[in-house]
Design a protein around this ligand. Sequence first.
Ligand code: AMP
Length: 282
Amino acid sequence: MKVVTTREELRVARAGLSGGVGLVPTMGFLHDGHLSLVRRAKQENDAAAVSIFVNPTQFGPTEDLAAYPRDLDHDLALLADAGVDLVWTPRVEDVYPAGFDTYVTPGGVADVLEGARRPGHFRGVATIISILFHLVAPQRAYFGQKDAQQVAVIRQLVRDLGLPVGIVAGPIIREPDGLAMSSRNTYLSAEDRPAALVLSRALHAAELAWDGGERDAEALRATMRQILAAEPRATVDYVSVAHPDTLAELATVDPAVGALASLAVRVGTPRLIDNLVLAPRG
Ligand code: AMP
C-alpha cells in the first residue's frame, strides 16, 4: 500500500496503478461504514484508492473542524488489512495551495436539509470531490447512503460536468442496536449513547407507517417527531420526508416513487444524522 501526501507524489503513485481505480473519499477515523465501501471498491475495480482528509472548506466557522476525531495510524492499519493500493493523506496546503480561489457551487439539491443548516457545506464537498476526481481519475467512486444528500449532490455534479466517474452508493452500516456508524459517535457520552437510538427508532416507525399504507408525508413526519419528542436528551434540528432525487419536501408520497425519510438531531454534544429510503411500492 502506497501512502502519499503531496499532489506530485499522488500523481506518480496514481500513474503506477493499472486498470480501473475505485476511490473512497473519507475524513478518516475509519469504522465499518467506511470499510464496507473500501471492500467494495477493492472487489469491483483493479485497484482501490482511499483519501483521508478533514476538508476545512466543508466545515462552517462554528463547526467541529479542530475537534474532528483523527487516528491516522489506526486508519492506515485498517486500510492495509483491506488490501488498499493507494492512500492519499494530504495536508491542507496540498489540496488548497496558497492562492487557491476556485470553488464548485452546487445547485438546488444542496440548498435544503443539511445545506440549509450548514451554509457552504456542499460547496466545500463539491470542490474537494472535483479535485479528487481530477487528481485520482477513478473509474468509480464510493459513497455511503448515510450521507444521502451528499450522494444526490455528487450525482448531480457528475451529470452536470460530464465527469467520467461511476457513482456507487453503499447502504448505511449500523451498530447492532441500530445506531448508524459515524466518526462523530465518539463524542457521545455514556448517558447519551442509548438516547441516540431515538434516530433509528423514529425512522423505523416511519417505515412501519409507510408499510401500513400511510402516504401523507406530514403524517409520516409527525410519527417521527412524536418519537423524538419522547427523548429528553434529543433536540430535533429537522425531520424530512422528501423526494428521493430532488430532496424537495413532499405533501403526499407517490407509492411508485417512494421518499427519503431523514433527520438531524442533537444528542448531547454531537449533531447526528440518519435516514431511510421509503421504497417504492407496487
Ligand atoms: P466521512 O469520513 O464521514 O466523510 O465519510 C466517508 C464516506 O463514508 C462517506 O461517503 C460517508 O457517507 C460514508 N459513511 C460514513 N458512515 C457510514 C455508515 N455508517 N455506513 C455507510 N457509509 C458510511
